[in-house]
Ligand binder design. Structure first.
Ligand code: SAM
Ligand code: DTB
Ligand code: SF4
Length: 355
């Protein structure tokens, strides 16, 4: 079943494909840069207004102490990164943070937990957070690790709109990065999420020392899932001292833009999110990413444990580039008659979105 998009589609828009081969994706990545950008920008316009960018805010509701060994992650207990383990936040604090994020222009609020998977006893607490954040009129997203089918159903029943669970890298490279869970575990969780009818948010990380062929493998796997993920976060590795990937040779910025462009071409109806790593990017590099079809960002001074561009810098960038935050459907808050409200980060007061 193709990814659902209820936006008007330009007549002549190419249908979604789920049969991409690795060599096709590699060939796209290898196009002359200008040609690749032209193709991606053309696909972008078939289904989206290229001036609109969806704005999400992240909050780490349970930080650090994770038993997994993801080689990039500052929250893995086994690496000495200076991130202390904390307990699950109180719902009232999460809701206060979500309200600030909404007032600062976010349309989606994503709650992240440094868990391998939630325990069944955690689910009612997370469900309460989801219900209250949704009642603020925000779309809700959570990323809590692996889920069982009943856990996914319970989150859906609480009103969760999106579940984020990344494939992270090519299956060929995966074993170099993570040993405590397999790719199949990730695919199983995504299947449970899809089966509930929730939207999926699924992408990966580049700049971990993978080859272009392996970047093609990640994109191919994402674009050949039973449904294209509704959101595709493309993270550029944030190198954190103490993690095994600290000191990895940096990815050529143009190669990052190529990855964004090919995600846009292969998953035309998805939100392609310019995700972790923006703080280290110049405004010009981000502008190239938007030109290549990225149409979603995390807004707010922090990601989970690492930094993000401060909100004033994002507002100035939107202003300079003539970008507008994408509207959130009012029925995200459970209203009967869908209409839209415009979030406006350019008019937001200067305060943090996810303090
Ligand atoms: N613990 C849950 C899990 O891994 O499924 C959810 C939170 S986890 C931090 C969410 C995602 O953040 C990871 O899958 C990875 O793609 C991304 N991430 C974590 N550390 C990162 C880093 N240093 N640079 C870029 N992306 C990172
Ligand atoms: C995603 O793909 N990227 C976000 C979100 N999903 C949860 C997380 C990025 C985390 C970057 C490292 C940190 O801040 O700890
Ligand atoms: Fe744990 Fe998620 Fe970090 Fe992996 S990415 S160590 S599962 S918090």
């Amino acid at each position: 079943m193709p990814a659902v998009s209820d936006r008007p589609i330009a007549s002549g828009a190419a249908p979604l494909r789920h049969d991409w081969t690795r060599s096709e994706v590699e060939a796209l990545l290898a196009l002359p840069f200008t040609e690749l950008l032209f193709r991606a920008a053309s696909v972008h316009r078939e289904r989206f207004d290229p001036a609109e960018v969806q704005v999400s805010t992240l909050l780490s509701v349970k930080t650090g102490g994770c038993p997994e060994d993801c080689a990039y992650c500052p929250q893995a207990q086994r690496y000495d990164t200076g991130v202390d383990a904390q307990k699950l936040m109180d719902t009232s604090d999460v809701v206060a943070s979500a309200r600030r994020a909404r007032d600062a222009g976010a349309s989606r609020f994503c709650m992240g937990a440094a868990w391998r998977s939630p325990k069944d006893r955690d689910i009612p607490k997370v469900a309460a957070m989801i219900r209250e954040v949704k009642a603020l009129g925000l779309e809700t997203c959570a990323t809590l690790g692996m889920l069982t089918a009943p856990q996914a159903a319970a989150l859906r029943d609480a009103g969760l709109d999106y579940y984020n669970h990344n494939l992270d890298t090519d299956p060929e490279y995966y074993g170099d990065i993570i040993h405590t869970r397999g790719m199949q575990d990730r695919l199983d969780t995504l299947a449970h999420v899809r089966d509930t009818g929730m939207k999926t948010c699924c992408g990966g990380i580049v700049g971990m020392g993978e080859t272009r062929r392996q970047r093609a493998g990640l994109l191919q796997l994402l674009a050949t899932l039973p449904a294209h993920p509704d959101s595709v976060p493309i993270n550029r590795l944030v190198q954190v001292a103490g993690t095994p990937l600290h000191g990895t040779v940096e990815l050529d910025p143009f190669e990052f833009v190529r990855t964004i462009a090919v995600a846009r071409i292969t998953m035309p109806a998805s939100m392609v999110r310019l995700s972790a790593g923006r703080e280290q990017m110049s405004d010009e590099l981000q502008a190239l990413c938007f030109a290549a079809g990225a149409n979603s960002i995390f807004h707010g001074d922090r990601l989970l444990t690492t930094g993000n561009p401060d909100t004033a810098r994002d507002r100035a960038l939107f202003e300079r580039l003539g970008l507008r935050p994408m509207a959130v459907p009012v029925d995200a808050a459970g209203h009967d008659h869908p209409a839209t409200v415009h979030a406006d980060i350019t008019a937001a007061p200067a305060r943090t979105a996810a303090a």
